[in-house]
Design a protein around this ligand. Sequence first.
Ligand code: LFR
Length: 474
Amino acid sequence: MKKHIAIDLGASNGRVIVGDLKECTVVHRFITNNELVLGELHWNLLGLFSEIKVGLKKAFSLYGEEIGSIGIDTWGVDYGLLDASGALVSLCYHYRDSRTDGLIEEVSEKLGGKQRVFAETGIAFQPFNTLYQLAAMQRDRPDVFRAARHYLSVPDLLAYWLTGVMKNERTHASTTQLYNPFTRDWAWDLIDDMQFDRTLFCEIVDSGTVIAPLIDSVCHEVGCVSTVVVIASAAHDTASAVAAVPAAENEVPLYISSGTWSLLGVELDQPIVSAKAMESGFTNEIAANGKIRFLKNIMGMWIQQECVRHWESEGECISWKELDGQTLDCQSYEGYIDPSDNRFLKPNSFGNLMVDRIDAWCVEQGMPKPAKKGEYMVAIYRGLAKAYALSIGQLEAITGSHFTSLYIIGGGCKNEILDQWTANETGLTVYAGPVEATALGNIVVQMLATGEIESLQEGRKTIRVTQSVTCFKP
Ligand code: LFR
């Protein structure tokens, strides 16, 4: 059996991981700082590409010819635009940049209303969707937008830099709100009505498609001496994570992919674009196996991470263990936030700190303001657990399913306080793990592509027995 490299870029760090379904080793971890340039938030893509090559070099020096393939995943919706020669025409914006504020309403109106957009894309209305990002580009930088000839999602772009071949991978394309989950193609009517150039969008390939081998110059740089292919794994990180839900056979698992975001949902055969689904904020993205990831974006660990980043920027040294202790000591504090409130979306900035937004929210709701770090954490975790319970109720009403257990996967599942409070608040048995779900799912898709496993279910079954999963009873 070959080993596979999963390159996973997340909000706080990026990792190059080598493994199979039994064992994964992080060979390189690096910070994924985004850069504020003249008030605009951008990816530091060249810096990240350089870190990726450092990781590949380490991987090849440790595992050499054992390595068979590479897959890349990142968060959804972000992209690069390239000219006819394949060069970037602009820095890559980060989805938390403010330029799309207010565009949901403007664009929906131009397209004949939210119902139409939802009916054709099944995607929930988030200000950062690629649809609004491209609309902002068209409005603010028309010359640059006109010069663009190719749209590539960030993982597509990184794969292009490694192979010289451009493809649009399906799970990532499905997050744009420019993809139609019924026709399984770009949402051409919307693209035309936005007056976006159709030729920007290239062929969509399924997760598990071999893109091409690493180009010679990269092989030379990273010390790869055999033929190693780059595979369009599930390029959307959440799709990769969901591929690794350690569900039992014949089970339609209820999951939360927990990290910066909490993505709560199920896998369905068909999209649901009912009014109820739209009003409740559910979205229809594509899963690694081609099914529908019917889920809701709940803000997740981001809010907590921004609080911690702020305290650290003030020179404090935060230990997670101590913070957990303080959180448990503060359980009698009664406040909690609604993590779905969009005020919590943006990073800390001068005069606009996450802790201050939490204070303001509590005051508006007639709750006491948190007075200590532990109380901030209580407000966040309790708010998250309540949001999960509410969303599960909505999901059950929309799909007609009933759940007794919940799989929490990804880095956020290490938060045992939240795991337990989630079990208590939802009344469900929580299975927490695997922590490395995204990398494992990325690898599962590569193994499917290379024929080492026969189905996603086989991958899930292996993960169920090889990875550590902790049970929390309500
Ligand atoms: C999680 C995630 C979510 C997506 C958000 C923004 O990392 O990919 O699925 O909605 O980031 O892209």
